[in-house]
Ligand binder design. Structure first.
Ligand code: MGD
Ligand code: MGD
Ligand code: SF4
Ligand code: MO
Length: 748
C-alpha cells in the first residue's frame, strides 16, 4: 500500500438497499469497491452496480463545470459565477411577472438518496413558491404515500415486511432479487428470502412475468396487469366469507372493518378470477394460507403502484395485513423506527392532523396535488397549453423526465418551447441537453451520505453515515447550489450569503423542535443547543440535530450514550438499532387516533374497480416494464461494465403470442400505443405471460446532442414513448406505466 492509499467505508447511494461498501482509494484514484463485511446491515453484500462508484468517478463524460447554451445552440463550459448570472437573468424576469407557478421544478430519483436535496430541497422549493413541482414519485410510489397517509396519518408511514422473521411473504409487482428492494430497505434480499424458505416459510410471487424472485419462490402466479386490486379485494372477501379475519392486537385500533367487509362483497373469487386470470380456487387457497400463517406479510411495489388501480392495490395490501393480524406484529408488516427525520415519531404520539392531499389541482387537467407536488403526467400540458399560469421555465434536479415519464415525445416538444430551462445534473443526457444552463453536482464519493428517507423503510433499525471520500474539485455541494437558487428566487441574487441562509435554516428547525412540547429537548435553552451544533454547517448540521432529537438520540446530553453524528462518524460500519418492534398505536398520526381501514378518498374508487370486473379481454396485448440488475433507471448506461454484453433493451414476448403475431426471435417488432410507436428487438420467452409484452424503461440514448458516448453506443429504445400521459390512477394522479394497451407486430 502506498502512503496515499486509504480505505473508506461508505453506504452505496445507488438504490434503496443501502449496502455498506469498502472503497480503496490511492490519491484520487479509486482502486477497488468491495462489500463491507463488517457493515451492520449488509454484511458484505453488494450488487454489480456498486463498482459504478469507481466508473462514475472516472467517467470523462461526467460534468465537472457548468455548461451554458450559446447562441448557436451548443453548450459551452462557463464559470459558476457566469452560469449563475445567466440563471438569475433568466429566472428573475419570469418571477417578476408575478406568477410563481410559471417556474416548474422536476426532482428525480437520485434526490431520494441525497442528503443535500432531502434537507435543502424543501427550503429552496418553499422559497420558489410554485405549485408546479413534479417528481419521479408520481411515476413511482405516490399511490402508496396516499394509502399510507390516509390509513396511518403520515405518507411515509409505510409498513415494511419483516422479511427476517416472517413465515409467509406474498409479493405482488416487485422483483427484489433484481431491484434489491423498494419501500423495503434490506440489503441482500436473495439471502433473506433464501433464509425465509430455509426456516420453512413460504414465498408467493404474483407477477405477469416469471421473475428471478418468482424463480426463487415456492409459488408464482401470472396476473393480468393492472388487476392486483381485484385479486386482493377478493382475498379480503374470502377472509370474511370463511370467518378467517383475526385482527389480533389491533382490536380497538381499527376504523372501517365493516365498511371493508361490505365493499368486498362484490368481489367473490369467481368474479375476480375473470379479471385477474388466477383460478378462483387458487385465490381462496392464497387467502387461507395467508390467514393461517403464524407470521405473514403482504408486500406490493412498482407493479401495484404504476397501474390503473394503483391506490386501491396499495391500500388493499395493508388491508390484508391488518385483517390477518399481521400489521405491526413481528414477522408481519411493521413500522420502522428510524433514527432521524421520521414524521411518525415526532409530535404527540398516537394521533395528529392526519394526511391531506388534493389541496390544489393542476391547471389544465385538474389532477390532485399530493405531498406538495402535482403528477408529472401533467407536466407537458402545463408547458404547452397557453393561458394564465402556463409554465415558462423548468428546472430539473437529478431527473431525466424525457426518458422516465409518460409520452416523452410530447414532453420533448414541450420543453423546446420553454423560455428557460436549468438542470442540476452530472450528464448532458436526453433531458439536460435541452437546458440553457447545466450546473454539475459532485460525484457520489465526493459527498457525505446518510439515507434519511430510506432508513425510514428499513427491515431493521439502523443508522450509517459516510463522510466524503474524495475532494470535490471545485464543484460545490448540491445544498450550496440549491442555496444559490434560493437566493435567486427570493430576489437576493446569486451572491446571497450562504452561511446566513444556512444559519437561518438550522435555527428555524431548532426553534420548531424546542417549541414542540413532545420533543425530547422541549423548553431547553436555544443558545445552549445552538452552541453544540456550531461546529458543523449544511446538511451535516441538520442531520446532527435530527439524530440527536430522534428516538435514539443523545437529546443534547440527556442520554450520553445516545446517537449523535459524531458517534456515527466513529462507527464506519454503521450502528445497529435492533429488529423492528410493534409501534401502534403510538406511530399513528391520523386525526381519529385509529388505523383508518376504509378511508373515504380511497373507497370512492371501488365502483370503478367493480365496473372493471366485467371488462372484456379480446386478445389485445398490454405492455409492462422490467428492471435489470446492471441498470438503474435511465442513468447508469454510460458506465462500460454495466452495459457490456448482449442488448438488454428487448421486447419479451411469449412463444404463443410470437407465433400468433408473426414475430421471430431477434427480429424487430413494431409496438404502437395511443401515445406513440417504437421498434425493439424481440426476445421470445415463456417467462412473460401470454398477452403481455415487456420492455425495460430508461433506454433510448441516441438523442442528438447528448454527451454520453458509452450509453449512445448501447442506445436501446425509450419505452415511455408508449406510455400515455392521459392514463393515470385517478386517486393519486400516478402514471399508468404497466398494463398499457399496445399493438405488436413485425416491423417493416
Ligand atoms: N415505463 C416506465 N417508466 C418508469 C418506471 C418504470 O418502471 N417504467 N419507473 C419509474 C421510477 S420508479 C422512477 S424512480 C423514475 C426515475 O426517473 P428520473 O429520476 O427522472 O430518472 P433517472 O433515470 O433516475 O435519472 C436520474 C438523473 O439524475 C442524474 N444524477 C445522477 N446522480 C446525480 C446526483 O448525484 N446529482 C444530480 N444532480 N444528478 C444526478 C442523472 O444523470 C439523471 O439525469 O422512472 C420512472 N419511469
Ligand atoms: N437494478 C436495478 N435496481 C433498481 C432500479 C433499476 O432500474 N435497476 N430502480 C430502482 C427504483 S427507482 C425502484 S422504484 C425500484 C423498484 O423496485 P421493484 O418494484 O422491485 O422493481 P421492478 O423490477 O420494476 O418490479 C416490478 C414488477 O412488477 C411487475 N408488474 C408489472 N405490472 C404488474 C401488475 O399489474 N401487477 C403485478 N402484480 N405485477 C406487475 C413487473 O413484471 C416487474 O417484475 O427498483 C430500484 N432498484
Ligand atoms: S444493491 Fe443497491 S445499495 Fe447495494 S450495492 Fe447494489 S446498487 Fe448499491
Ligand atoms: Mo423509483
Amino acid at each position: 500500500m502506498s502512503a496515499a492509499t486509504s480505505t473508506h467505508h461508505r453506504t452505496c447511494p445507488f438504490c434503496e438497499a443501502t449496502c455498506g461498501l469498502e472503497v480503496e482509494v490511492d490519491g484520487l484514484e479509486v482502486k477497488s469497491v468491495r462489500g463491507d463485511e463488517k457493515d451492520v446491515f449488509s454484511h458484505g453484500f453488494l450488487c454489480p452496480k456498486a463498482t459504478g462508484l469507481k466508473h462514475l468517478q472516472e467517467d470523462p463524460d461526467r460534468l465537472r463545470r457548468p455548461l451554458v447554451k450559446q447562441p448557436d445552440g451548443s453548450l459551452a463550459e462557463a464559470s459558476w459565477e457566469e452560469a449563475l448570472k445567466v440563471v438569475d437573468a433568466s429566472l428573475s424576469p419570469i418571477l417578476a411577472d408575478g406568477d410563481r407557478n410559471a417556474v416548474a421544478v422536476y426532482v428525480g430519483n437520485p434526490s431520494a438518496h441525497n442528503l443535500s436535496s432531502l434537507l435543502y430541497g424543501p427550503v429552496w422549493l418553499r422559497a420558489l413558491g410554485s405549485r408546479n413541482v413534479y417528481s419521479a414519485s408520481s411515476v413511482d410510489q405516490m399511490p402508496k404515500h396516499i394509502s399510507a397517509g390516509l390509513m396511518f396519518g403520515a405518507p411515509l408511514s409505510i409498513p415494511v415486511p419483516d422479511v427476517d422473521r416472517t413465515e409467509h411473504l406474498l409479493v405482488l409487482g416487485a422483483n427484489p432479487l433484481v431491484s434489491n428492494g423498494s419501500l423495503l430497505t434490506a440489503p441482500d434480499m436473495r439471502g433473506r428470502l433464501h433464509k425465509l424458505r430455509e426456516r420453512g416459510g413460504k414465498l408467493v410471487v404474483v407477477d405477469p412475468r416469471r421473475t428471478r424472485t418468482a424463480e426463487a419462490a415456492g409459488e408464482h402466479h401470472f396476473i393480468r396487469p393492472g388487476t392486483d386490486a381485484h385479486l386482493l379485494l377478493s382475498m379480503v372477501h374470502v377472509l370474511f366469507d370463511e370467518g378467517l379475519t383475526d385482527t389480533g392486537a389491533l382490536d380497538g385500533h381499527l376504523n372501517g372493518v365493516e365498511e371493508v367487509e361490505r365493499l368486498a362483497r362484490d368481489f367473490p373469487a369467481e368474479a375476480a378470477s375473470g379479471a385477474c386470470g388466477i383460478e378462483a380456487e387458487e385465490i381462496r387457497r392464497m387467502a387461507r394460507e395467508l390467514a393461517a400463517a403464524e407470521r405473514a406479510a403482504v408486500y406490493g411495489r412498482i407493479g401495484t403502484c404504476t397501474q390503473e388501480f394503483g391506490t386501491l392495490a396499495s391500500w388493499l395490501v395493508d388491508v390484508l395485513n391488518a385483517l390477518t393480524g399481521n400489521l405491526d406484529r413481528e414477522g408481519g408488516a411493521m413500522f420502522t423506527r428510524a433514527a432521524a427525520g421520521q414524521r411518525n415519531s415526532a409530535g404527540e404520539p398516537g394521533s395528529g392532523r392526519g394526511f391531506a392531499f388534493g389541496r390544489w389541482h393542476s391547471r389544465v387537467r385538474g389532477l390532485p396535488e399530493a405531498l406538495g407536488e402535482l403528477p408529472v403526467s401533467c407536466l407537458a400540458e402545463e408547458i404547452d397549453t397557453p393561458g394564465e399560469g402556463q409554465v415558462r421555465a423548468l428546472i430539473t434536479s437529478a431527473g431525466n423526465p424525457l426518458r422516465s415519464t409518460p409520452n416523452s415525445e410530447r414532453l420533448e416538444r414541450a420543453v423546446q418551447g420553454l423560455d428557460f430551462m436549468l438542470s442540476i445534473d452530472i450528464y448532458v443526457n436526453e433531458t439536460t441537453r435541452h437546458a440553457d444552463v447545466i450546473l454539475p453536482a459532485p460525484a457520489p464519493l465526493e459527498k457525505p451520505h446518510y439515507d434519511v428517507a430510506l432508513y425510514q423503510l428499513a427491515a431493521r433499525n439502523v443508522a450509517n453515515y459516510s463522510p466524503p471520500a474524495l475532494p470535490r474539485n471545485g464543484v460545490p455541494e448540491e445544498w450550496e447550489t440549491l442555496g444559490r437558487l434560493t437566493g435567486i428566487v427570493s430576489g437576493q441574487g446569486p451572491d446571497a450569503d450562504l452561511d446566513a441562509l444556512d444559519d437561518l435554516v438550522i435555527i428555524t428547525m431548532l426553534r420548531r423542535e424546542l417549541g414542540d412540547s413532545h420533543s425530547r429537548i422541549a423548553g431547553r435553552a436555544e443558545a445552549e443547543i445552538a452552541a453544540e451544533l456550531a461546529d458543523r454547517r449544511g446538511p451535516e448540521r441538520i442531520l446532527d440535530l435530527l439524530l440527536r432529537t430522534g428516538p435514539y438520540g443523545d437529546a443534547f446530553g440527556e442520554d450520553p450514550d445516545g446517537l449523535t453524528l459524531a458517534r456515527l462518524e466513529e462507527s464506519p460500519h454503521g450502528v445497529d438499532l435492533g429488529p423492528l418492534e410493534p409501534r401502534l398505536p403510538g406511530a399513528l398520526r391520523t386525526a381519529s387516533g385509529q388505523v383508518e381501514l376504509a378511508p373515504e378518498q380511497i373507497v370512492v374508487d371501488v365502483p370503478r374497480l367493480r365496473e372493471a370486473l366485467g371488462r372484456e379481454h379480446n386478445g389485445g396485448m398490454v405492455l409492462v416494464g422490467r428492471r435489470q440488475l446492471r441498470s438503474n433507471n435511465s442513468w447508469m448506461h454510460n458506465l462500460g461494465p454495466l452495459v457490456k454484453g448482449k442488448d438488454r433493451c428487448t421486447a419479451h414476448v411469449h412463444p404463443s403470442d410470437a407465433e400468433r403475431l408473426g414475430l421471430t426471435d431477434g427480429a424487430q417488432a413494431l409496438l404502437r400505443s395511443a401515445a406513440g410507436r417504437i421498434e425493439a428487438p424481440v426476445e421470445i420467452t415463456d417467462a412473460v405471460m401470454p398477452g403481455v409484452v415487456s420492455l425495460p424503461h430508461g433506454w433510448g440514448h441516441d438523442a442528438a446532442g447528448m454527451r454520453m458516448d458509452v450509453a449512445t453506443a448501447h442506445a436501446g429504445v425509450n419505452s415511455n414513448v408508449l406510455a400515455d400521459e392521459s392514463a393515470v390512477d385517478p386517486v393519486s394522479g400516478n402514471a399508468v406505466l404497466n398494463g398499457i394497451p399496445v399493438e405488436v407486430g413485425p416491423a417493416g
